[in-house]
Design a protein around this ligand. Structure first.
Ligand code: KG4
Ligand code: ZN
Length: 343
């Protein structure tokens, strides 16, 4: 086991619009994590354009890998295995990272490890955390997922709740677009909401029943749309609002999303008698969400294991960290392993 603590893994992430490579030792010690963001290419479309994303990954992948090794002070020879996300994600994007990993592994004679993007996000919270993190409830709140998992260990995740329509991050992005804020919408709302009143607009909270661990945000998104554009959508945009009114809408929307997220996460811990809550995914970078989570889990005596803000959004450190557990369990991919867009 002590030898395993020195196992060094190069991880690659390319499932959506970040090209990332990272070197992690022993599943926790992040030596480097390089992320090349594509925000500037997708901003004018207010969303990720798959073809543009694949091309940008192709241009960046080798540079990002080289930089990650350099920053870690590790040569390719010293790496014990190469891991990459192969599902879920945009198929062209996954292909770039996974094919690069296969090529490095094949040519250098290293084992290849295939990683599930969602499992990796949950693991993002464990990186650099001292002490036991499992068993626990994992909560992934991102642009594609709002899901709760019961986890006995990092490789066994049972889904116990998920969104019925939009993911929380998607709602942030769409509300940002209604408010004519820049892409990506989540960070823009986070910033604007700091100057707004979270009680200014009474937006709905969707609970789907007292015991439900599922989520729904489409009604909230529509409520914000009607509030800003009028019930008959007669206003073309948000330009009639003052900056303060915009901030109030952002803060009230954020408060509605966060209240539901926090209460359901606490409910999941109580339901399964678990006292550890692991939280990751892009929305977990939200400053208001982090504060509310800290307060509620402290009240409920739940240990909050929250990914660092930089490791909430897509990154390869979570990939290389989780891959260590697969390495120790001997769960390697064979050369026929392929990418799968949805799982
Ligand atoms: O985990 P992630 O990088 O990619 C997916 O796997 O989806 O999450 C991206 C999502 C986007 O919807 C983005 O707007 C949201 O996370 N996000 C935030 C914040 N930072 C990123 N949402 C709210 N507040 C933030 N600070
Ligand atoms: Zn993600």
């Amino acid at each position: 086991m002590s030898e395993n603590k020195l196992i060094t893994i190069l991880g690659i992430e390319s499932s959506c619009d970040e090209t990332s490579a990272s070197v992690v030792v022993g599943g926790r010690d992040v030596l480097s994590c390089v992320v090349a963001s594509q925000d500037e290419f997708h901003a004018k479309f207010r969303g990720v354009v798959p073809e543009i994303a694949s091309r940008a990954h192709l241009e960046k992948i080798n540079l990002v890998v080289t930089q990650a090794l350099e920053e870690a002070g590790v040569s390719m020879d010293q790496v014990d295995a190469i891991a990459a996300v192969n599902t879920p994600g945009l198929v062209g994007c996954l292909l770039i990272g996974f094919t690069a990993a296969k090529t490095y592994a094949w040519t250098l004679g290293k084992p290849l490890i295939a990683i599930h993007h969602v499992q990796a996000h949950a693991y993002g919270a464990v990186l650099n955390h001292c002490g036991q993190a499992f068993p626990g409830v994992a909560f992934l709140v991102s642009g594609g997922h709002t899901s709760l998992y019961r986890c006995e260990n990092p490789l066994e995740m049972e889904t116990v709740g998920c969104t019925q329509d939009d993911a929380a991050g998607e709602a942030f992005d769409k509300v940002a677009s209604i408010l004519d804020l820049p892409f990506p919408g989540g960070p823009a709302i986070d910033k604007l909401a700091r100057t707004g009143n979270p009680k200014a607009c009474r937006f709905p909270r969707t609970w789907l029943g007292k015991e439900s661990l599922d989520f729904s945000f489409s009604g909230l998104k529509t409520a914000v749309l009607y509030h800003v554009r009028g019930k008959d959508l007669s206003r073309p945009d948000s330009s009639h609002l003052t900056e303060q009114e915009k901030a109030d809408v952002a803060a009230s929307f954020q408060a509605a999303v966060v209240e539901v997220l926090v209460e359901k996460a606490v409910l999941a811990c109580r339901k399964f008698g678990m006292d550890k809550l692991l939280v990751g995914g892009g929305v977990a970078a939200n400053s208001y969400f982090r504060g509310q989570l800290a307060d509620r889990t402290a009240q409920e005596q739940i240990e909050l294991i929250l990914a660092k803000p930089k490791l909430c959004t897509d990154n390869a450190a979570m990939v290389a960290g989780l891959a260590w557990h697969k390495f120790v369990a001997g769960r390697f991919a064979d050369w026929n392993e392929n990418v799968i867009s949805t799982t």
